[in-house]
Design a binder for this molecule. Structure first.
Ligand code: PLP
Length: 376
């Protein structure tokens, strides 16, 4: 039984398998073959798993093109990886920040005419052409220039000062292969690209990659798949899990039929019930929505899924351990809240959300252990 000494951690423990992240990167790179580069989305603190630990491991695995959302994320990333790698900032330059991109060797993704003009103004000041990615909106109506805007830009001196090093767009429904918008977006992307000077192209993130080779173009931008989220929902997950979340028993108790448990007396025992109180709650980023829905597993008894009962508190939750049939559970015994038998995507589904949100919400209070392949 995994009773660990308390000098290591109490409450919740998030184990992050950097070797699995590197293996997922290599798996995608192998799938791409030599003609398509495999980049990596490391925005939102590498989807909550720790930019400073994850980015160098991806670099070691061969990644040389990274995507973040914000300038500040790009600045942080630049200090972590070598200058031979490219960092694209997906939100482009906020007004007045273009010089900071140059100073930190960051590449903006230009999403709108004002952003294009911002970058061109800097190019004029520098008396130079400046590299950037151009995002085109192929049908998601999120970021990017419309087909008409691209047509306008491509006439006359509209692209002056710009060296377009990447033309990109983003798919809205890639996780639903049969959705007609996928092909419509791809056709629109192809049309728009032809109006621009020849440049490498990127359309797909994790799920788009699995739509097939004709979606991969010159560069893919996976995030989720690297971190073990299933890029092919409804089908077996081709990626390795990268996290395990555990919490320890603080106390156990036996309650009679009719007794209630937790806030709001939301759980009322239908029969005599054994309960374990674990030291993890919504204050750790564990979704409150999993009260009465989530399942917990004792690693030594993976065959039994133990229900979370009642409402989740800020710092604790209660589990019905009656099915463990009196197995003695000392304080300190560790349960899996996300693990091999209650994986991330299933847990997210029970919480009415997606693996992306669950990962990026993982709080800062957990004790975190990164298993680093470079350190054996
Ligand atoms: C423009 C862009 N590229 C790539 C990604 C990575 O997507 P995923 O995590 O689905 O692989 C995202 C994520 O939202 C994105 O917005």
């Amino acid at each position: 039984m995994s009773v660990l000494s308390h000098d290591g951690w109490e409450g919740g423990h998030l184990l992050i398998d950097l070797a699995a992240i590197a293996a997922n990167y290599t798996q995608l790179q192998t799938l791409m073959g030599p003609r398509t580069e495999t980049g990596a989305a490391v925005k939102a603190n590498a989807y909550g798993l720790g930019l400073s630990e994850v980015a160098p491991v991806l670099y070691e695995a061969g990644c040389r093109t990274f995507f973040v959302a914000h300038l500040a994320e790009g600045v942080a990333l630049r200090s972590l990886i070598s200058r031979d790698s490219r960092i694209f900032v997906l939100h482009g330059p906020p007004p007045g920040t273009a010089p900071a991109f140059l100073a930190h060797n960051l590449l903006p993704v230009l999403n709108s005419l004002p952003q294009v003009q911002e970058w061109q103004a800097l190019a004029r000041d520098q008396n130079n052409t400046l590299p950037a990615a151009l995002q085109v909106d192929s049908g998601m109506s999120r970021f990017g220039l419309s087909e008409d805007e691209v047509t306008g830009l491509s006439k006359g001196s509209g692209l002056e000062g710009l060296k377009i090093v990447l033309v990109m767009s983003h798919l809205a429904c890639a996780d639903t292969p049969e959705h007609p918008l996928n092909r419509q977006q791809r056709d629109s992307f192809e049309r728009t690209r032809k109006r621009l000077p020849a440049a490498p192209a990127s359309l797909s993130a994790s799920s788009g990659i699995f739509l097939g080779p004709e979606w991969r173009f010159d560069l893919i931008r996976p995030g989720a798949a690297l971190y073990g989220i299933n890029p092919t929902p409804g089908r077996p997950n081709p990626m390795q899990a990268t996290i395990r979340l555990q919490a320890r028993v603080i106390q156990t108790r036996h309650i009679p039929a009719g007794a209630c448990a937790g806030y709001g007396a939301a759980f009322v025992a239908p029969s005599p019930t054994d309960i374990a109180l674990l030291g993890i709650g919504y204050g750790d980023g564990f979704p409150r929505r999993l009260g009465e829905r989530g399942v917990v597993v004792l690693p030594e008894r993976p065959d039994i899924k133990l229900p979370i009962i009642g409402r989740i508190s800020m710092d604790s939750l209660a589990v019905d351990i009656t099915a463990l049939a009196g197995l003695p559970l000392a304080p300190g015994v560790a349960f899996d809240l996300i693990g091999p038998h209650n994986p991330l995507d299933e847990t997210a589904f029970l919480a009415d959300t997606i693996g992306y949100e669950l990962l990026t919400d993982l709080g800062s209070r957990y004790h975190r252990t990164h298993h680093d392949p470079r350190k054996g």
